[in-house]
Design a protein around this ligand. Structure first.
Ligand SMILES: NC(=O)c1ccc[n+]([C@@H]2O[C@H](COP(=O)([O-])OP(=O)(O)OC[C@H]3O[C@@H](n4cnc5c(N)ncnc54)[C@H](O)[C@@H]3O)[C@@H](O)[C@H]2O)c1
Length: 345
């Protein structure tokens, strides 16, 4: 039985708590939050769980082997490092840290101490994204594009821009689904509220091959859209996360190219584009809650001394792109090369 403490009981923390309560091999020992009013809600709902505003109390307690961190991004590094220095395994919310430097130091600390460091890239553990990876990496042909729209009204975050809050999901999905890592990023964005970071942004990712990715994120949209198109030479996918059941639709559509002489005499050649319109199917998906799957895997990784699917290096790769995109935004979309050494696991 692995003893776990959840730190941060705001919007997302309650989801961690609910899922940890259901894990067969774990026991939720504490919930910690700086806000006392948040903790009274925990006591009422889970009387057997201890509450505290003192993070150090958790670290001193030998019943706690792991800490799950769901506090604002700016606090992840300090809390995670302190937890690991006290010998605790860490499950940390996305994005894992506020800079590559912090993220790397977290990975180093976990490696040095032989601790599990898992990052909550939630979508990676959904049936839809797992199915998408299966299809993309088996019968997709050449990868052409990943094109995503992730917009809604709010929730404005205090300490991060919309890129670090929403685009992070697409970067995590791409890191898991695509066989290739991006080599450069260009981003533009604007904040409409004075003193606040960007609330709308457009990211373009470049790859060594002819694959291109675009991500559009916005906290000021009148409707919620979670729609991704993934195109390859053999198949195309529409992934709509708001669809209740048929979240993934796989299209057998594409183009066929035929070389044909326009005029055999002058040896000029014209490319003939034909269109292939085949069937669409919506595969069966595992509809279990992603957080349940990944928290179970986190506990298993601690017990078996194995790496989780989304380990610290996956977190570093995503933060590298977030950092480069932020730099690009300040320079109106200048292309920023991504250091390959940071992106290779
Ligand atoms: N995986 C997902 O899909 C998903 C969804 C939403 C949020 N998140 C992530 O979860 C994290 C928290 O986001 P949120 O929306 O719940 O924020 P929030 O502001 O609603 O909640 C954060 C909570 O942490 C508490 N807190 C702050 N500093 C603390 C500290 N030092 N010790 C203890 N408690 C502290 C605050 O009092 C607050 O209750 C962020 O990293 C965010 O990106 C992930």
């Amino acid at each position: 039985m692995i003893g776990i403490a959840v730190v941060g009981y705001g919007y997302w923390g309650p989801n961690l708590v609910r899922n940890i309560m259901d894990l067969p091999d774990a026991r939720l020992v504490y919930v910690c939050d700086l806000a006392v009013d948040k903790l009274s809600g925990v006591k009422a709902r889970y009387p057997g769980v201890e509450v505290t505003t003192d993070f150090d109390e958790i670290l001193r307690d030998p019943r706690v082997q792991a800490v799950a961190i769901a506090t604002p991004v700016s606090s992840h590094f300090k809390l995670a490092l302190k937890a690991m220095m006290a010998g605790k395994h860490v499950f940390v919310e996305k994005p894992m840290a506020a800079s590559v430097e912090e993220a790397r130091r977290m990975v180093d600390e976990a490696n040095r101490r032989g601790l599990v460091l898992a990052v909550d890239h939630t979508f990676v553990h959904t049936g839809a994204v797992r199915k998408m990876r299966d299809i993309v990496q088996s019968d997709f042909g050449d990868m052409y594009y990943y094109d995503s729209v992730r917009v809604n009204l709010g929730l404005f975050q205090r300490d991060v821009s919309v890129v670090w809050d929403l685009a992070v999901h697409d970067l995590a999905i791409m890191d898991y689904v695509l066989a290739e890592k991006p080599v450069a990023v260009s981003a533009t964005g604007i904040g409409h509220i004075s003193g606040q970071p960007e609330n709308i942004a457009y990211l373009t990712l470049f790859f060594e091959s002819k694959l291109i990715a675009h991500v559009h994120v916005n906290w000021l949209a009148p409707v919620k859209i979670r729609r991704t198109l993934v195109g390859g030479s053999a198949r195309m996918i529409v992934y709509d996360d708001l669809e209740p059941s048929e979240k993934i639709k796989v299209y057998d559509k594409g183009i066929t190219l035929n070389d044909g002489p326009v005029n055999a005499a002058d040896e000029a050649y014209q490319m003939m584009v034909g269109y292939r319109i085949g069937d669409m199917h919506a595969p069966q998906l595992d509809m279990r809650e992603a957080l349940a799957t990944e928290l179970r895997e986190f506990v298993q990784s601690i017990q078996d001394h194995t790496q989780p699917t989304v380990d610290g290096m996956a977190g570093v790769r995503v933060v590298s792109i977030l950092e480069a995109a932020t730099q690009s935004i300040t320079q109106r979309g200048r292309i920023i090369e991504l250091e390959q050494s940071r992106l290779i696991a």
